[in-house]
Design a protein around this ligand. Structure first.
Ligand SMILES: O=P([O-])([O-])O[C@@H]1[C@@H](O)[C@H](O)[C@@H](O)[C@H](O)[C@@H]1O
Ligand SMILES: [Mg+2]
Length: 246
C-alpha cells in the first residue's frame, strides 16, 4: 500500500531542497527557515532578496496523521513579497502567487469571497502552541467574542499557510492568529493579496511580517470588524535577537 505520509514528506523535502539549491545558485539571497532559525541562524529581514521557508507547516498535524500539512515558500525583495508557493501535500493542492499576476491553485485563478456581512462569514483561527494560561485566556476570549457577533462558524486546519490559502480561495472570509512566525505566513500573505484580499496587524495597523501577528481577510470591512474583537498580545518578535539598523 502507498505510504501517504512518506509521499507527503518526500514532496516537502524535494521542494525544500529545490529552494535551497536555487538559493545556493543565487548566492546573494538570504534565507530564513524554521529549521535554520531553530539551529541558531539569524532571523532578519533586510532589503536583500530573502527566501522565507517552512518545510513542514502543520508539524503537529503531521505527527498525528491529521491530514493538513503544507510546504510554505515565500520570497521577499526590499522586504516586500515577490512570490509565494504553498503546497498542501495531502490534498495535492499547489497554491502560487507572483506579485501583480494573481493567485492560483493547481493553475485555477483564485478569488477571495465577496461577503461583506460578518454575520454570514466563517473565520479561521488556531489555538496556537502557547499554553501560558494568560495567553490561552486571551485566545478563548477573542474566539468567544467573534463567535458571538455572531458569525457562521470558526474553523482552523492546523497550518497557518493553508488557512491563508483558504482565505484566498474564498472558503473562509478571514484568518487571524497571534503567535505564528514569519515562515508560517510569508507565502500565504502574497497568495491572499493576489487573490484580492487584505492583510493587517491584529490592532488594525499594517502587517509586520516579523511581529508574529496577522489578520488576512477577503476585504477591509471584515478585517476591521474582527480586529475590534481581538484581545491582542505581543509575542517576542521573530527578529528580536537579530534586529539590524537597516
Ligand atoms: O510549527 P508549524 O507546524 O510549522 O506552524 C504552526 C502553524 O502553522 C499553526 O497554524 C500555528 O497555530 C502554530 O502556532 C504553528 O506556528
Ligand atoms: Mg509553520
Amino acid at each position: 500500500m502507498t505510504d501517504l505520509w512518506q509521499n507527503a514528506m518526500d514532496h516537502a523535502v524535494a521542494l525544500a531542497r529545490k529552494a535551497g539549491s536555487v538559493s545556493v545558485c543565487l548566492s546573494f539571497c538570504l534565507f530564513i527557515g524554521e529549521e535554520s532559525v531553530a539551529a541558531g541562524e539569524p532571523c532578519v529581514l533586510t532589503d536583500n532578496p530573502t527566501w522565507i521557508v517552512d518545510p513542514v507547516d502543520g508539524t503537529t498535524n503531521f505527527v498525528h496523521g491529521y491530514p493538513f500539512v503544507a510546504v510554505s515558500i515565500g520570497f521577499a525583495v526590499n522586504r516586500k513579497l515577490e512570490f509565494g508557493v504553498v503546497y498542501s501535500c495531502i490534498e495535492d493542492k499547489m497554491y502560487t502567487a507572483r506579485k501583480g499576476q494573481g493567485a492560483f491553485c493547481n493553475g485555477q485563478l483564485l478569488n477571495v469571497s465577496d461577503q461583506k456581512e460578518i454575520s454570514q462569514s466563517i473565520i479561521a483561527t488556531e489555538f496556537g502552541s502557547n499554553r501560558d494560561t494568560e495567553v490561552v485566556d486571551k485566545i478563548f476570549s477573542s474566539m468567544r467574542k467573534i463567535l458571538c457577533l455572531p458569525i457562521h462558524g470558526i474553523r482552523g486546519v492546523g497550518t497557518a499557510a493553508t488557512n491563508m490559502c483558504l482565505v484566498a480561495s474564498g472558503c473562509v472570509e478571514a484568518y487571524y492568529e497571534i503567535g505564528i512566525h514569519c515562515w508560517d505566513i510569508a507565502a500565504g500573505a502574497i497568495i491572499v493579496t493576489e487573490a484580492g484580499g487584505v492583510l493587517m496587524d491584529v490592532d488594525g495597523g499594517p502587517l509586520d511580517l516579523m511581529s508574529r501577528r496577522v489578520v488576512a481577510a477577503n476585504n477591509k470591512i471584515i478585517a476591521e470588524r474582527i480586529v475590534k474583537e481581538i484581545d491582542a498580545f505581543t509575542p517576542l518578535r521573530d527578529d528580536a535577537s537579530t534586529e539590524t539598523e537597516d
